[in-house]
Design a protein around this ligand. Sequence first.
Ligand code: GLA
Length: 720
Amino acid sequence: MIHADGKKFLLQGKNYGYAMCVTETGFLQHLHYGGKITEADLQYLIGIGKSTAPDPADVNKDMALNLMPGEFGFYAHGDFREPTAVFERTDGATVSRLRYENYSIKQGAPALQGLPHVRSGGETLIVTLKDDFSDIAVDLYYTVYDDSDVLVRNAVIRNTGKERVMLKKAFSFRVDLSGGNFKMLRLGGNWARERIPEIAPIAHGVTKLQSLYGCTSHMTNCFMGILKEHCTEECGECFGVQLIYSGSFALTAEWRKDAPLTLQGGIADIGFGWELCGGEAFTTPQALLTYSDEGLGGMSRSIHDFIRERIVNPASAFRRRPLLVNNWEATYFDFNNEKLFPIIDEAAKLGIDTFVLDDGWFGKRDSDWSGLGDWFVNEKKLKGGLKTVIDRCKQNGLKFGLWFEPEMVNEDSELYRAHPDWAIHKEGAELCRSRQQLVLDFTRKEVVDYVFGVVSKILKENDISYVKWDMNRNITENYSASLPAHRQGEFMHRYILGVYDLAERLTSAFPNVFFEGCAGGGARFDAGMLYYFPQIWTSDDTDGFERTKIQWGTSVCYPLSAMSCHVSVCPNHQTGRTTPFETRGNVASLGAFGYELDLSKMTDEEKELTKKQVDNYKRTEELILKGDLYRLMNPLEQNYFCEMVVSKDKTEAYVVGERILGIPCDYNQYVYLRGLDEERLYHIEELDITASGKALANAGLLLPKLRDFGSWAWHLKKVK
Ligand code: GLA
């Protein structure tokens, strides 16, 4: 719901209010973001705003604007916090001062051209600001939903004059939170350790979460959680900000003791530049701002619903996910028909429905030194081509999926020999050859067109129902020979626009193919990618304990249905650890489930367990796709992991837990279930216990006595 009169603005979501006003001197002042307020409160808030921030009536007075909570920070004119955008004019001047111009309200969410965006619904307020010193106008977009706690923001920067302007920074949003003692939750990590949550107090100055990797990165996800004092997993107030963006990004939190906490974010400003000629506009990526007064868990549940319902393609968001086996950890590059067929045959016997052929099926791809870019089958390895493998799948009633890494090329490839200039490079700068490969210059349309052509050909000529789109290195030598010198700052953003263009074209041309994203595990796990690919390979680490931390952290701002989770062999290839087969299955069942091992080499006991896991997944799949997640025991803080998913109508729930180490005298532990209807009775099948939702929440359940990495899975059903 939006209330606006040109002087005051109030946005009301399900449980939050967001207010701003125009000051007497024409500045857009932020008034409130947090729990609900009413329209009648706006006058009161305007009063407080005046008493807490210096009256900016005299705009020429130095510092007058420095403390005013704002909606979009400008540069070099009295607000010394980091600006939201910087525009440089032809005389080199960057001074700007943006004042309110007008507003409009539109039904629905804006569809951004070439960028992933929120797909539907809502009501959008557009507030236009105009620079006092140039012809730049900025449109601030706010999309509000009555039934959601997610507010969608972005900014469009327009050059309304004739003179060229260079954008030196163009973030998507700014919001100022009043109060103090905030903490920040960030999702940091590394390869095979993605999105491990860390919570720490926010210190004085600017805290910046950023990726300059050309993708979201293993190291820092494009999400920032802000916790008010006393906020916990289930109680208290917090905010989440995240970008619908997959390239280099930055999110900042700036705090001074006498000012609000300023949150901003968007495309990474380091190295960024964009030429905006007269009449042109630059659209920044959308950001999701989420408010919760039910702790971090409440924030996550709001984000999960929003991503599933409004960002993921509705054709796949709630569609049954392929239950697959992938051959990567089973064979790596070393396979032929004789090695693949037993995996396919066994998959069918175990109830698995899709076989995914990973890296190594094309060109001269016997190791990671060669072949990338040559998207035609390697008949030396696969006699009879893909058709033979697909036929084998069909004979077994399986569907077939295929791995691609469309953005990459090896120097030892036909593609590179034909078009060496298509690989990103800067003459005179030695090339970084991460994983022995180079990145194709996706800022160039002819390169994207070529890749679209070759990948489409494979998809058209073969019966392929699943594609795993990988991206296995970061971007270096940021430079394109196709851009003039003064526009090289556009390179990184144009690269990701090229990726989005290819993703859009391939997913539209092949609507029946199910796409999974991947980037050396989970280096490009973000809401931008989820717009095109409904699920993403969460991490190359499939260890039954490490995954509890990775999946816990990922679930902070991404739904379970977005996380591909596979059972692999032990000792685990990444950690060398041995965990029970049952535990690996239980942990993987909290996501889009599958296997990543040589099924034909499993013991009879493992095969029996696999059949049970497959049955279990079929049974819990609806909950994973649609349910509400409650994180109960945090493996980063205690010796247990436990999460549960509850159906929206609260008639069913699924609880998975793991005891990490066998520590003596550690058995008198309870788990307290959440999200159930307290007035109803539930039967827990595995324990043969019937108890009320109230008892399960307040008295809890005694945990089973388990050894190292032992686990449990409980199915709860409402008793009639
Ligand atoms: C990445 C992926 C793996 C696998 C390999 C293939 O590391 O994360 O799952 O596909 O590439 O090279």
